[in-house]
Design a protein around this ligand. Structure first.
Ligand SMILES: CC(C)(COP(=O)(O)OP(=O)(O)OC[C@H]1O[C@@H](n2cnc3c(N)ncnc32)[C@H](O)[C@@H]1OP(=O)(O)O)[C@@H](O)C(=O)NCCC(=O)NCCS
Length: 217
C-alpha cells in the first residue's frame, strides 16, 4: 500500500514521500539502525528511541516541508531531512524541543566513565550544543540522510540529496551542510562524490566533521 504522494520513484518498490507525524516511530527506528557512524546502534542503546528524538523526529515537527521518508517493499527504509534555516531551527529546538526531552530523561552527569547505554544521548539532551560554527556561515541550511542496508547502493542517496538540494535552493538557500561522523568514511566518500567539501572549524563539536556545498539560486 502506498501512503502519501510519490515524490521520487526509485524502482523495485522504493520511493520517496513526505514524512508525517505517523512516521515518528519509523524515523526513530532508522536513526537507531544507522546511528553507530552509519552502522546499526541497536547493540549500544538502552533507550531505542532517544537518538531519533534528538536527530530525526524534530525535523518532521519543525521543518516538515523538508522531511521525507524512503518507503520500500518492507516499509520505511530511510529518511531525508533538512532545515532551510539552521539557526532558526536550532532556536526552535532550544525553546520548544529540548525542554520537553529534558523532562523525560535524567542527566547522567559529566563523568563519561560512568555512562552506559544511551547515557551519552541523555547527556546531549541536557547539554545540547546548538550553536552554528562561524565557518558554516555561507551554508544556511543543513540536512541528514540515513538509509537502511536494503535501500543502499541503488542510487537512492544520490537522487534524494539532489532532490533536497533543489527544494532548498528553490526556497532561496545558498548552501547546505551535513554533520558527518568522522569515522563514517563511506558517507564522507558519498558526499564528496556529490560535490560536498570538508569545512574545518575550530569550534566543531567533538565527533563532528562538517561537509558543505554551495547551492545555485
Ligand atoms: C551514505 C548513504 C546515504 C549513501 O546512499 P546510497 O543510496 O547508498 O548511495 P548511492 O547508491 O546513491 O551512491 C552514490 C555514490 O556515492 C558513493 N557511495 C555510495 N555508497 C558508498 C559507500 N558505501 N562507500 C563508498 N562510496 C559510496 C559512490 O560513488 C556512489 O556512486 P556510484 O554508485 O556511481 O559509484 C547510504 O549508504 C546510507 O544511508 N548509509 C548508512 C547511513 C549513513 O552513513 N548516513 C550518512 C550519515 S552522515
Amino acid at each position: 500500500m502506498i501512503v502519501g504522494q510519490v515524490l521520487l520513484d526509485f524502482g523495485d518498490g522504493f520511493f520517496l514521500r513526505q514524512a508525517d507525524a505517523g512516521d515518528h516511530a519509523a524515523l526513530c527506528m532508522v536513526c537507531l539502525r544507522t546511528g553507530d557512524a552509519g552502522a546499526d546502534a541497536t547493540w549500544r542503546e538502552d533507550d531505542p528511541t532517544l537518538m531519533g528524538h534528538i536527530y530525526a523526529v524534530p525535523y518532521q515537527v519543525f521543518a516538515s516541508e523538508y522531511a521525507f521518508v524512503v518507503d520500500g517493499p518492507q516499509g520505511v527504509a530511510g529518511y531525508l531531512l533538512g532545515a532551510l534555516d539552521t539557526a532558526a531551527f536550532y532556536h526552535r529546538l532550544e525553546t520548544d524541543w529540548y525542554p520537553v526531552l529534558q523532562g523525560r530523561v535524567f542527566d547522567p552527569g559529566p563523568d563519561r566513565s560512568n555512562w552506559k547505554g544511551s547515557d551519552w544521548a541523555r547527556h546531549a539532551v541536557h547539554h545540547a550544543n546548538l550553536s552554528v560554527p562561524e565557518a558554516l556561515a555561507a551554508y544556511p541550511s543543513h540536512g541528514h540522510i540515513d538509509l537502511l542496508p536494503e535501500a543502499r547502493g541503488r542510487g537512492i542517496g544520490r537522487r534524494s540529496m539532489h532532490f533536497l538540494e533543489s527544494r532548498l535552493a528553490a526556497s532561496g538557500s545558498t548552501g547546505l551542510f551535513l554533520d558527518v561522523h568522522p569515522r563514517n568514511s563511506k558517507a564522507q566518500h558519498f558526499y564528496a562524490v556529490l560535490g560536498y567539501e570538508h569545512v574545518a572549524s575550530a569550534s566543531s563539536p567533538t565527533g563532528s566533521a562538517f561537509m558543505a556545498k554551495q547551492l545555485a539560486p
